[in-house]
Structures are given as C-alpha cells and as structure tokens.
Design a protein around this ligand. Structure first.
Ligand code: NAP
Length: 308
C-alpha cells in the first residue's frame, strides 16, 4: 500500500512521519515553502514517545501525477477547498481519503468533489503543534487514530489499511462505529471550544467561577440536542465522560481553537461551531449559548480577516 499524506504540519508530520520511520511507503504532498524547509532540516518529531528526524519523500502539487491507495488528509478546514484541487490527481476510483479534520462538513465536501466511495471515516485524538522552527511537537502522550468504512463494513481495503497502519505505535485502530465516533468527537470539541472561547479560560478556571460548571453543562446539553436531532446520538458512556471532562476541578483543558485564538491565529470556527449551529437551526433546535459563542468567534475571525 502507498500512502499520500496531504500536509506535513503537526498531525500529518507526526502520523506520516511515524509510519515512514517504520518503513511504510509514505509520501508527503507539501507546498513549496514546507518542501524547502523539509529538505533543509528533515522532518523532525519531538514527542514523549521518542524524538525522530527523517528525510521524507515529498512531492509538490505541480509534480503530483500518480494515484495512491490512500490519502491521509491533514489540512485545516479553511485550507480544504484548495487542498482538494491539489491532491485530486492522487485519487483513483478505489482510492481512500482519510480526513483527520473535525466536524462533518468536510465529509460532504469530499464526497461531492470525489465520490462517496472514496471517503472513509476517521477520528483523531492527539495533541500536536508545529513550533516556530517547523518541528512537529507532540504535547501529550495521548494518540489514537481510528478509521473505518462509514457503513461499518469490514472491506478488504479497510483490512489492508489497518495492516499498513499497525506498523507504527501511533494508536491506530479499526473502528466498527466510526460514524458515531466522529459525531462524538465533534460533540466534545464543539462544546469545549465554545466553552473556552466564550469564557476565555481553561475548564478548571471556568469551573471555579460561580455558575461555571452549570454553564458548561448547559452548553454541552445544547450541542447534544443538536447532534441527537441531526447526527448520531452519543452513547451514555460518552456523555458521562464528556460531562466529567468539561467540569473537572483544576483542569487545564482548553481546545486548540482557544489556543489559536489566544495566539492571534486563524481558527476553524465555521467547521466546529458554525456548521453545528446551522444544522441545529435547520432542525429547529434553540441553542442560545452556542449562538453566543459563534458570534464571539465570528467577531474574532472578522478581525483576523481584516488583519487587525
Ligand atoms: N493538532 C492536533 O492536535 C489535532 C488533533 C485532532 C485533529 N486535528 C485536526 O487536524 C487538522 C490538521 O491540523 P494540524 O494541527 O495538523 O494543522 P497544521 O499543523 O496547520 O498543518 C496543516 C498543514 O497542511 C498544509 N497544507 C495546507 N494546504 C495544503 C495544500 N494545499 N497542499 C499541501 N499542504 C497543505 C499546511 O502547509 P503550509 O505550510 O503550506 O500552509 C500545514 O503544514 C485540523 O483540521 C485539526 O482540527 C488536529
């Protein structure tokens, strides 16, 4: 199997790098500036699971001519439209696209641009970032890459993908309920991102304020009501865990969207909060706290767009 990793940023660099280091056939599709950096320094991973430096196989969009068995898509939501055009030559009739993006909108866009049969489910749990020198830094030991056919079928291509992924210790896991896992992940991220960004604090800071825990639970309740109406309702076990995580005393937990917002960087607010809210509105669900978070994020985004 040959894998094309689209983007050698924090997630693509980490998972693709680990698979390449384990001897798998991995090529990175990168834009010219990242290609130049990788040629100069190699792909460098700094991680609690061990550091690594490797010379990755890279291709730039202008030189991409052949198809691959699978594409691990690791761009940000706001980079998706351009990326789809760039990696299109890599997708043949049976090619699999595994997107690590959050939310569900990208699944629809990929199915429209390619074919529904090209898109497989994927849910990623990890905390990685790129440092100022372009190194991939894994911020905590947590790592889990779940994947599966959207209809849960155990197809030959999915078995082959799983065999490929098992070469490296990256928490790779074939899931028989990937659609539910993706909705659950989005539920938690939408709630966490909205809670952090609206209140400008980590979970423990918010919990410590009068009404903080009740606010967090109310916001989670709004997201769960939307997801139950338009997606796949979360399991009881997941919900109990989400309630505990979002109200944990002293927790430093904050979403990467909140970290990006604090750092003045672009955010994935549309994919994580805006799209959830629009789906809820279509289903007639009232979500006042989530709406307030979206307004707050949209004000920030318009400042970023205006360069302020
Ligand atoms: N980081 C995490 O811990 C984490 C965890 C779970 C899920 N996710 C999700 O994973 C996705 C990726 O996040 P990330 O942290 O890996 O972002 P990232 O570090 O910003 O990496 C994205 C990479 O994609 C590259 N890229 C964008 N458009 C491209 C194109 N057309 N062709 C080739 N490369 C392209 C960018 O390269 P340039 O330098 O050329 O811009 C950048 O290096 C996001 O949707 C995020 O929400 C992240």
């Amino acid at each position: 199997m040959r894998l094309l990793v689209v983007g050698a940023g924090s997630t693509g660099g980490y998972f693709g790098g680990r698979l390449a280091a384990a001897g798998r056939d991995v090529t990175f599709l990168v834009r010219p500036a990242r290609a130049a950096k990788l040629r100069e320094t190699g792909l460098r991973i700094v991680s609690p699971h061990g550091d690594a430096t490797l010379a990755p196989k890279v291709v730039t969009p202008d030189a991409l001519a052949e198809t691959y068995d699978a594409v691990l898509l690791t761009v940000k939501a706001y980079q998706l439209a351009a990326a789809m055009e760039d990696f299109a030559p890599a997708i043949g009739p049976d090619g699999m696209i595994l997107p690590v993006l959050n939310g569900m909108r990208h699944m629809e866009l990929l199915a429209q641009r390619f074919s529904p049969g090209n898109v497989v489910g994927c849910a990623l749990k990890v905390s990685t970032t790129l440092d100022e020198d372009g190194r991939v830094v894994q911020l905590s030991p947590m790592q889990e890459l779940a994947y599966g056919e959207l209809d849960s079928a155990l197809t030959p291509r999915m078995r082959a993908l799983d065999e490929f992924m098992q070469a490296a210790a990256i928490g790779a896991r074939l899931s028989s309920a990937i659609r539910r896992e993706m909705w659950e992940k989005w539920t938690l991220l939408a709630a966490l991102g909205a809670i952090n960004c609206l209140m400008r604090g980590a979970i423990g800071e918010i919990e410590a304020c009068p009404g903080g825990a009740a606010f967090a639970l109310q916001l989670l309740g709004e997201v769960v009501a939307i997801v139950a109406a338009v997606g796949v309702a979360p399991s009881d076990g997941f919900l109990a865990g989400a309630r505990a995580v979002l109200t944990e005393k002293g927790s430093p937990l904050a979403s990467s969207m909140y970290r990006d917002l604090q750092g003045g960087k672009p955010i994935e607010a549309e994919a994580i909060v805006g799209d959830m809210l629009r789906r809820g509105a279509k289903a007639g669900i009232n979500a006042p706290l989530l709406s307030a978070a979206y307004v707050c994020l949209s004000v920030y985004r318009s400042r970023i767009d205006a360069g302020r």
